[in-house]
Every structure is written in C-alpha cells, then in structure tokens.
Design a protein around this ligand. Structure first.
Ligand code: GLU
Length: 477
C-alpha cells in the first residue's frame, strides 16, 4: 500500500512557493529570510456578554512585512482561523500588493467565529470589541494598518470598525481611512464590492489577449463561448461568474457550493442561482439544472476555465491528477497546494495565481483609502468639465456638417456615450483594468523572457519579491 501523501499546510505551501522563486534570484540569505518571515502576530482573547453569559473569542492580526506602511489585508470570520493561516495570508498580501503596485505592506486578521450563529446585534458587539482591541495597539490605523473585508465579513463589519475607530480617535481627520470596504454612505467607494470578481474578469480578458499564453493552456484566444466551472458563489465567485457570463459570452456550466453542485451544459443563470442560494441556504432543490451531491467531484470535470473562489487547498495532491480544466484562475487565496501545482503544470494546465487573480479587491481598497485621505469623491472636479469639452466638439462637428452640407450623421448612441463624463464607478473600473493589465504584463515578461521560470506563479513571486527587496535595500537594510 502507498504511504499517504503528506500535504503541506497552507503556510508551508506559501513558503515552498516563495522558495521556488528565491532559488532563481540573487538575494543575500539574510534578506531572503527577512522577507520570508512574518514580522509579528498579535493574538487577542476577549470576552463579550451575550445571551446572559460571557463568551470568549480569539482573534488574530498578523503583520508580515512593513517595508511599506500602512500594512493592508482583510479580516476573516471563520471557525478554522488560526495563526498559521493568518500568517500565510498576510505573506500573500505583501506579495499581492507589491505585484499590483499598491503601496502597502502585508497583513491579515481573523476571528474564530461562525458568524451564522449570531444575530446582527451580537455580531456588532463582537466586531466593535475586536476592533477596539486592535485599534488600541495601532493594528487598525489609517497610516499603520488598514483592514478590509475577507471571508465572512463585508461592508457592514467594516462600517462598525470605522465607527469604532472614529469614536476612539475623535480628532483624527483621516479616521475613515482606517479600514476599506466600507459602504458608500460611510466613506466607501463605488465598485469595491464587485472589485475582486471584476478583477478576475479583467485578468482573464488580459490573459486571452495573448495568443501565445492561451496556446500553452491549449485554448483558443477568445473568452467567448468558454465553458467555466465556479467553486463558491460568494461575493467573489458570484461577481466573476456574473460578469463573465453577461459580458464576455462565457458559459457557466457548473457551480459548486457547500451542499453539492449544479450543472448545465447550456450555461447556468448566475443571478437566479444566487437568488436561490440566498433564499434556501444552498443549491439543493434548484430546478433548472442537474444537482450533483458530491460537489468536489465537479472540480474534476472537463472545462476550459476553473475558478476556485472559496476555500484553501481544494486542489491538492489527492485530486490534482484528475483535474481536467485547461486553465485555473485562483479567485480564492491558496486554493491550490504547492504539491498540486507541480502535477497541474506537468499535465499542461495553466494556473493564473491568486496573488494576481484576486488582487482586484486590494487594488480598489487602495483607491478607497486614497479617496478617504483626499476627502473627495473621484471625478467630482472633472466630470462636468469633461462633458462640456466633449459637447463643444460635437457641436462643432454638427455645425460643420450643416454649414458645409456634408450630411454627417453620428452613429446611434454615440453622442450620449461620448458626452457622458466618467463618474467614480467608471474611474474605479478603469484604474482596476489598468492595474490588472500592467501586472499581467510584468508577470508574463518574466515568465517568457528567462528560460528558468516554469509558470505564472513563480513569475508573480519573482516580480513581487524583487520589489519588496528593492524597497528594503532602499531603506538601507
Ligand atoms: N481580503 C482581500 C484580499 O485577500 C482584500 C484585502 C484588502 O482590500 O485590503 O485580498
């Protein structure tokens, strides 16, 4: 009998991936070690009186690298949160921010809790208390450490955190910049909720702009008609699936959830599936598709693009050999273990790595932070000015056409479209698109220009680590 394969932990996986990249670099061993290690992890245990008794909660905030400050990264609410996991996630934040040129160090936090077990008021008490503990130690702070949503948290929790920080720092004019992912009415930015899913879409569009890259995956260079399987229809998976099916002609042939999977070769209706999940807590009972009880088996079905958008390590040494997708884009953090990576590459599957693929969230967080510090909505100064300049041009064209009897006619809809100045949402999407294109360009240049870079993940690490290293060197380290 074969000995069971030992799967590296998430943290070991991140370290292994880091090691693969630094082996190709010329860093001093001291600097290499400095970049690898997590600078600090704060563990807090605090009590909250709920339902007549005190309940104790355990929370974490890991700071991986302070080569740039503030440090940035989400706070997740899940029962399996632990020190190793937040440290691995904090390290990924360091590399992610470096890769997409968001001027932050990396951090991550978590609270061991199943949020579904508490009502809204209880969650508010718990969140405020956690925020108090972190803010007291500058682990929430506009210039030191800026959290954001992650698994199990969203706009609501971020609004409580922002308010808690403001109450503790009444004279801080930049208090709102202490956390991102807030609702619009509490200092948030348009397009933050959709940002990670939107980033996945922009990443895929960029990948498909390079026929040499799609060829490596054995795919034709167009997104239109591609068969997609999504694992997890949470915020990220939902938006990615929605945009890809509604705007890029992709067919969502499979959706995997906690209680099984839905299949439809003609393409599932993402909006309807999402509504069903919200109403019934899972996909079971959804009528317009085939239900498969063993959701994990659907990961192994043939498709063009597989989007793991939920948990860590779902593709591991146990199932990697059976994965048939041509392209995997890691919308979640760490869905593929280091061991599985090798198997997939050997089998010709291309992986667009998490550090790039899901960086849309932190990119738009960066825009939100800048908005909060500048105290003005993007586009507020330029929008109408832009419109009036465009109006001037249209008028001139119309006058010319009439005066000279040229009979020019603008195509239908052009005038309205051209005359509309960009508001915050358009600017955010444009900034995100630009970021995703630029970062892909940097990764692929490294991937193709040297002979020793096996895949996009190693390329992403190389780009990120060399930037972090440059920043440490500039500090004289
Ligand atoms: N939690 C998200 C991530 O893992 C967003 C972090 C942020 O916006 O700071 O990238």
């Amino acid at each position: 009998m074969n000995a069971p394969i030992r799967e590296p932990s998430f943290r070991e996986s991140v370290d292994l991936m880091f090691n693969r990249a630094v082996a190709l670099m010329d860093l001093s061993p001291g600097l290499e070690e400095k970049i690898r290690v997590c600078n600090s992890t704060y563990i807090v245990r605090f009590g909250v009186r709920l339902r007549g008794q005190i309940q104790t909660f355990t929370g974490y905030r890991a700071v991986h690298s302070e080569h740039m400050e503030p440090v940035k990264g989400g706070i997740r609410y899940a029962t399996n949160v632990n020190q190793d996991e937040v440290e691995a996630l904090a390290a990924l934040m360091t590399y992610k921010c470096a890769l997409v040129e968001a001027p932050f160090g990396g951090s991550k936090g978590g609270l061991c809790i199943d949020p579904r077990q508490y009502d809204e008021h209880e969650l508010e008490l718990i969140t405020r208390r956690f925020a108090y503990e972190l803010a007291k130690r500058d682990l929430i702070h506009p210039s030191q450490n800026v959290p954001a949503p992650d698994m199990g948290t969203g706009e609501r929790e971020m609004a409580w955190i922002a308010d808690q920080y403001s109450r503790m720092n009444t004279r801080d004019i930049n208090a709102r910049a202490c956390v991102t992912g807030k609702p619009l009415h509490a200092g948030g930015i348009a397009g933050r909720v959709e940002a990670t899913g939107r980033g996945v879409q922009y990443a895929l569009r960029e990948f498909f702009r390079h026929p040499e890259d799609t060829r490596i995956a054995g795919l034709s260079p167009t997104l239109d008609g591609k068969r997609v399987i999504v694992q997890g229809l949470g915020n990220v998976g939902y938006h990615a699936a929605k945009f890809l099916s509604e705007e890029d002609g992709c067919k969502i042939v499979g959706i995997i959830e906690r209680d099984g999977a839905l299949l439809d070769e003609n393409g599932l209706h993402v909006e309807q599936v999402r509504a069903w999940i919200s109403a019934h807590g899972g996909v079971t009972g959804y009528a317009d598709a085939t239900h498969v009880e063993d959701g994990a088996s659907v990961l192994e079905m043939p498709c063009d693009i597989l989007i793991p958008a939920a948990l860590e390590a779902v593709i591991n040494q146990g199932n990697a050999e059976r994965i048939k997708a041509s392209l995997i884009i890691e919308a979640a953090n760490g869905p593929i273990t280091a061991g599985a990576d090798d198997v997939l590459r050997k089998n010709g599957c291309v992986v667009i790595p998490d550090m790039y693929a899901n960086a849309g969230g932190v990119t738009v967080s960066y825009f939100e932070w800048v908005k909060n510090l500048s105290h003005i909505r993007f586009g507020r100064m330029q929008r109408r000015q832009e419109e009036s300049r465009h109006d001037l041009l249209i008028h001139e064209l119309e006058r010319l056409s009439a005066d000279k009897g040229l009979g020019w006619e603008l195509s239908p809809g052009f005038k309205e479209q051209y005359l509309r100045g960009a508001g915050e949402l358009e600017l955010v999407r444009s900034g995100l698109d630009d970021t995703m294109r630029a970062a892909y360009g940097h990764m692929r240049e490294v991937w193709h220009s040297r002979g020793d870079v096996p895949d996009l993940r190693v390329a992403a690490y190389l780009v990120a680590i060399s930037r972090v290293a440059a920043s440490y060197r500039a500090k004289g380290l």
